[in-house]
Ligand binder design. Structure first.
Ligand code: 6GU
Length: 228
């Protein structure tokens, strides 16, 4: 998968995507992330990419021209399956969206800043708008990093244990069951007997039961939910 990201703050994206599983995905050649500074397409020598909004009001708006030129240039090299604008008024990201996007080959992500981007870019270029939750971030960069991480770890071969992503919380609309490691007795706090017993079927049943119990308690909405 190739992901191109257009941003005014490339530094903010580099570190979160350079460690751990994202690093492994890149090192294995399964994920290519290209971060593009929008300033490269600035309207003048001062690196201007934003301007006051028509109609007045506080906050700058990212201009059409730099974004349109950036997208046009990138599209000369790559055909994108989706052009995603990260914005708090987009569709809220969930595991189903992540699963479906992880099957795409080329994605372009646009990070907004200030008051947002000129609406005409959203109308004429953007094909999908994604939010990562009902709260406001200073810009789309951290949201893009979240999205790339959620997608990257789903790519076949990225996780060591191939089944691992399938047993995550939210796959099957269930939260993950509790997990334990050594020692089996820590300060008298004991690991459930069944996990020490070595009967795979019983362990599987126990995990399913705990996952269901936890989901009922914490996120009953997931058990009803079927829409994307
Ligand atoms: Cl995608 N962008 C910003 N700026 N804030 C957010 C968000 C995105 N998702 C949740 N809050």
């Amino acid at each position: 998968m190739q992901i191109d990201i257009i941003t005014v703050l490339p530094e903010l994206l580099e570190s979160p995507l350079s460690h751990s599983i994202m690093k492994r995905a890149k090192d294995k050649g399964l994920l290519q992330v290209h971060i593009h500074s929008l300033r490269k397409w600035a309207v003048n020598e001062y690196g201007q990419v934003d301007d006051y909004q028509y109609g007045g009001g506080a906050g700058m708006v990212m201009m059409c021209e730099p974004l349109a030129k950036a997208i046009d240039d990138l599209q000369k090299e790559v055909t994108y399956d989706a052009i995603i604008f990260l914005t708090p008024d987009g569709k809220t990201l969930n595991q189903k969206i992540a699963n479906s996007l992880s099957l795409k080959k080329n994605l372009l992500m646009i990070c907004g800043h200030y008051k947002g981007i000129d609406e005409r870019i959203r109308e004429h270029y953007v094909t999908m708008e994604i939010s990562i939750g009902d709260y406001v971030l200073s810009g789309g960069e951290l949201a893009a990093a979240v999205l790339v991480d959620a997608l990257g770890r789903l790519l076949p071969g990225v996780l060591n244990d191939e089944t691992s992503a399938l047993t995550d919380s939210f796959q099957d609309n269930l939260l993950a069951p509790p997990v334990y490691t050594r020692p089996s007795d820590f300060r008298g706090w004991k690991v459930p007997e069944i996990l020490l017993g070595g009967d795979p079927k019983k362990i599987e049943e126990w995990r399913y039961e705990k996952a269901t119990e936890r989901t009922k308690q914490r996120r009953p909405d997931l058990l009803q939910e079927d829409e994307v």
